[in-house]
Design a protein around this ligand. Sequence first.
Ligand code: SF4
Ligand code: SF4
Length: 238
Amino acid sequence: MLFSKVELLDGEKHKNLKWSCLKASCPQSCCLVPDRTFVVLEEVVGLSRHFPVVINIETDDKGKDERLLCAYFRLKEDKGGCVYLKNGEGCLLEGEKPYTCRQYPFFIKGGYLALDLTCPGFSESEGKALWEGQFVSTYFEKEFYAYSLKLEEGKAQTEAFLELLFSLDLIVGGKISYENVEVSFNMVDEKRLSRLPKSDLEELFHRGYMQIIYAHLNSLQNWERLIKRFLFGPTPIF
Ligand code: SF4
Ligand code: SF4
């Protein structure tokens, strides 16, 4: 299970550790496990081209409800992994994948750098060394932890966005059906949006939220891609 062996990065304990992604030969590809990921506001426009990006209310580890923006990789019932995972090749999105994918198996936990040692890419014999002297290697800093920082920095902005949408009563339940499959999710209601007082609309424009809202609404058409892959198996995406 992913994240069942998390450790804070430790200069002594992990001093000889190396990492490389096993890609197609990985026995537990991280792209097979989750059906979704949380995303931050600045990712929504880019990700809306590839994934449904919706509003979830989920329970955190302390039993508290939290509002999240989530991109879906696959339907829950679909055991084939993310729709962008190509057999034998790995991720088809490369530079356009979500920040959570880009940072993995590294991330920030409680303000500290952390590792998910369930990833079989860690070893003391193969891959790139995690350290350059007493500092984290610039490769890991630029290619992985930079995205962990973006996720940390983007959380407050994303919460403020969702807070405003809920306070304006714009969120409703939505459904998409294709063949015999139906998917439910939360979305912005366009009718309620259009009926908002001018001052609220101006605030949404002023904060740059309108572009995000329409990216979210356009992203809903990507549910069909996920449903088709569940019903008919992999098809060429590009
Ligand atoms: S990051 Fe780790 S778990 Fe994911 S595919 Fe690479 S080696 Fe496997
Ligand atoms: S977007 Fe790419 S890296 Fe992320 S889960 Fe999908 S295939 Fe894996």
